[in-house]
Ligand binder design. Sequence first.
Ligand code: BG6
Length: 280
Amino acid sequence: SFNLPTDKVILTHPTGATCEIKTFGATVTSWKVHGQERLFLSRLSDLEGNKPIRGGIPLVFPQFGKGPLMPGQHGFARHSTWEYMGVSKDDDSEIMVSFELRDSDATRASGWPYHFKLTYLVTLTATTLGTHLAVTNTDKVPIRFTALLHTYLTTPDISQVRIGQLGRLNYTDKVQNNLICFEERDQVTIQGETDRIYHSTPDTVPVEVAPGQVVNVKTINFRDTVVWNPWVEKAQAMADLDDQEYQQMICVESGSVHESVTLPSSQTWEAGQVLSVDSE
Ligand code: BG6
């Protein structure tokens, strides 16, 4: 089932799983399974639409990070208001809703002047949350973009977090001036400020957020995985993150960001992720 106040959509699965999506940024702000919240949302996040939401799953498009495709950081999708398109499926197994964003005067004035259509599908089952993006080039020329699902998972304690399947991969280290490094560890743990783009990552990245509690991040057609935690000083510098909250979050972000995507006129590019927890 679902309900629709003006600015957010709430999905409820018969098993009790729920998720909430704001039309602002099409940002998923909550996902609960077995009564437990799985996404991190900062208690200082601006939820009034003045700033991108600090937590949940902000959607990064058409530019990951700063430049070169457009000015600013992480593109306009996360601070644009999307149109809710309604329910496309609602049965005992899953509930699916969709959102749409088309170019507007504001997006064309942003420095990325193209015509496009984005469709975002959010699918809730008993133990999974799917988020699927389709980009259609409605312009006459090819468009170039990067795209990413900036997923904030919640953890009781960052020192317990272990991320698998990233060993023996190259990554771009954004805290070392974009130095290309090689991951030696089988399990990535977080001991300080971390901001890395792991290149060409496997389809499923398991994130142990607490001992024995795993969120699997499965991707479809996204190439890379960003791992981010701001740690002490960056957290202090962020107005919408409480000083201690870096200890309760880990961002594991599926995207195509290391190299941009070029999409010819009239074509559609699709990618997505499915988060799942084991039936506990
Ligand atoms: C991550 C980037 O994806 O997002 C980091 O790799 C960045 O460099 C972080 O700091 C948060 O970005 P923002 O714009 O939401 O503060």
